[in-house]
Design a protein around this ligand. Structure first.
Ligand SMILES: [Zn+2]
Length: 267
């Protein structure tokens, strides 16, 4: 499932279509990724509009067009953005294609867990402006994090890190990486994180977000060998820090990987 940096990578794929008009829109209106969206209005408005700007926040993307049109995309589990030659004929899973003179901008989603949103208005749509605090913004401080952990004090840390309205863009691998790099056990109750540990955790969250954006968001490269990322799914995977065998179990509803030696259970 695409997380923060993968989403950023896909957002940039449509950059070649910036400042260019959309000649026509192909879409599969009956697919569930369009649920609640006025597809006729989307099609009519985006046709003839110019793609002006795009941004990503967590797992969401927003594309701004002329004619006060805004397109929101969520990649779900298998969504991808790519570019094809002009006049491209959409295939079965290419549910939204913006046809331009020089390119076709394609949104593909085989498993249909993604989402397409549409809005017309002078200001950003409400579903965008109401979003959670960006993890790399100056509002996301160690104190802010501490309060957040206290609000969910009984939940395991891993489950809290997966809350999209709290930690936008953090998914399964990023949550595991953050906890492994901070040496915190995924099952530890969020409320047991001391102020000192919260500072450390805050630093690691920002470090991992920034590094993932720099490495994966740039050209989809993998994070360094020294990260858990490279070892978590390997058969007989070992902790790159202490060489202990890695553990796997379901925590917070997702398969979680951790090092029993570096991330011991705190009694
Ligand atoms: Zn270890």
């Amino acid at each position: 499932m695409p997380e923060l940096a993968e989403v950023e990578f896909f957002r940039k794929q449509w950059d070649c279509g910036l400042k260019q008009r959309v000649l026509s829109v192909d879409l599969h209106a009956s697919k569930r990724i369009f649920r609640g969206t006025e597809t006729k209005q989307l099609q009519q408005t985006i046709t003839g509009a110019t793609l002006l700007e795009s941004k990503a926040h967590g797992k969401q993307m927003l594309f701004r067009f002329s004619k006060d049109a805004w397109l929101g995309l969520h990649l779900g589990m298998t969504g991808k953005l790519r570019v094809e030659k002009p006049g491209f004929t959409p295939e079965k899973h290419d549910h939204l294609v913006l046809q331009q003179k020089k390119h076709s901008l394609v949104f593909r989603d085989p498993r249909l867990f993604g989402r397409v949103l549409f809005h017309i208005g002078k200001d950003e749509p409400a579903w965008w402006s109401k979003r959670a605090t960006d993890l790399l913004s100056k509002e996301f401080t160690a104190e802010f994090l501490e309060k957040l952990l206290q609000r969910h004090r009984k939940a395991p840390l891993k489950a809290v890190l997966l809350m999209q309205h709290r930690f936008p863009g953090v998914g399964n691998w990023m949550a595991d990486e953050i906890l492994w790099q901070t040496k915190l056990n995924p099952k530890m109750a969020a409320g047991d994180v001391s102020p000192t540990l919260a500072k450390k955790l805050h630093k690691q969250i920002q470090f991992i977000c920034a590094e993932a954006l720099r490495i994966i968001g740039h050209d989809f490269s993998d994070p360094p060998e020294s990260w858990l990322f490279q070892h978590r799914w390997r058969k007989g995977g070992h902790c790159p820090r202490c060489e202990s065998s890695l553990k796997h179990a379901t925590v917070g509803g997702r398969t979680t990987c951790w090092c029993p030696k570096c991330q011991p259970v705190v009694e």
